[in-house]
Design a protein around this ligand. Structure first.
Ligand code: G3H
Ligand code: ZN
Length: 287
């Protein structure tokens, strides 16, 4: 059964590793992430953006698919199903649909309103034993229509939001969704360190996991990051593997046009990317 992300992230923060959140888009994506987590004996968080939620028919369809896979693929590692960058309404819808974890991204609201809305969701999640992620500052770039200016979080505001009783906190520290530009200034470790000092045991979340150099990932984990979100990197590897298959004309040989064959290279590519990230994040054999 699905679990809240609380226990896996508390363990990760204490053990100085991070659990990956991998965003899903369809059956192949979900199956690839779950099978890799099981093979790696790693806890995992399946991320669903509101856009991906609509694409997959709706939150209930996703809950049904994921629960079915947990049973029929014999997945025994801890798995959380998490709304990514949720609106207030989206968070409520996912709580009702059977998600085990939600993110409320109130970072575009004035801090008072972010606090007020986060507080309501803390209570709603507590009643059901679900985990809640809040955001302070903003993640640069764009993901599924969620656009951020990329300003670094104010550590004092992080402390205020953390004390509301959220499970995990995403703070903007110069991270960006999608590919990083050539002239990217890198992560602000001073900001991260200030945030960790004020938020104690709170597991911190690093968004925009695609393309962050390995040494920065490791340093971020050493400074309290316990959850790292990866989305674009799986899309890139899926697309590259699919393109290679099609460009090699394999879809025109034999029954290569069979969707089960056509999508297989992309499926394997997602598995390879997820495996690589789990190894880098240190979550292998931490189930
Ligand atoms: O919320 C999801 C992530 O922050 C993913 O970012 O697409 O840059 O890997 P990414
Ligand atoms: Zn994000």
């Amino acid at each position: 059964a699905l679990v809240s992300a609380k226990e896996m992230l508390t363990k990760a923060k204490a053990g100085k590793y991070a659990v990956g959140q991998f965003n899903i888009n369809n059956m192949e994506w979900t199956k690839a992430v779950l099978l890799t987590a099981q093979e790696m004996n790693s806890p995992v968080i399946l991320g669903v953006s509101e856009g991906a939620g609509k694409y997959m028919c709706g939150y209930k369809t996703i809950v049904g698919m994921v629960n079915g896979m947990l049973e029929e693929l014999n997945i025994t590692v801890p798995v959380a199903l998490h709304l990514d960058h949720g609106s207030f309404e989206g968070a409520k819808a996912c709580i009702n649909a059977g998600f085990s974890s939600v993110m409320f991204d109130g970072s575009h609201y004035p801090i008072e309103e972010n606090i007020e809305k986060t507080k309501i969701l803390v209570n709603a999640c507590d009643v059901l034993g679900l985990s809640l992620e809040a955001e302070v500052g903003s993640i640069g770039g764009e993901e599924d229509g969620v656009v951020g200016a990329g300003e670094c979080a104010d550590p004092g505001e992080c402390k205020t939001i953390a004390e509301l009783g959220v499970t995990m906190l995403a703070a903007g520290i110069g991270n960006i969704h999608g590919k990083y530009p050539e002239n990217w200034a890198g992560l602000s470790f001073d900001t991260l360190d200030a945030i960790q000092k004020l938020t104690g045991d709170m597991p911190l979340v690093l968004h925009g996991g695609t393309g962050i150099p390995e040494d920065m990932i490791k340093k971020a984990i050493s400074l309290g990051v316990a959850k790292i979100n990866v989305n674009t990197e799986c899309q890139l590897s899926f697309a590259a593997a699919t393109r290679e298959y099609v460009e090699a004309g394999k879809d025109q040989q034999g029954k290569g046009f069979d969707p089960r064959k056509l999508l297989a290279p992309g499926f394997e590519a997602i598995k390879a990317t997820v495996k690589e990230k789990m190894e880098l994040f240190g979550s292998v054999n931490k189930a």
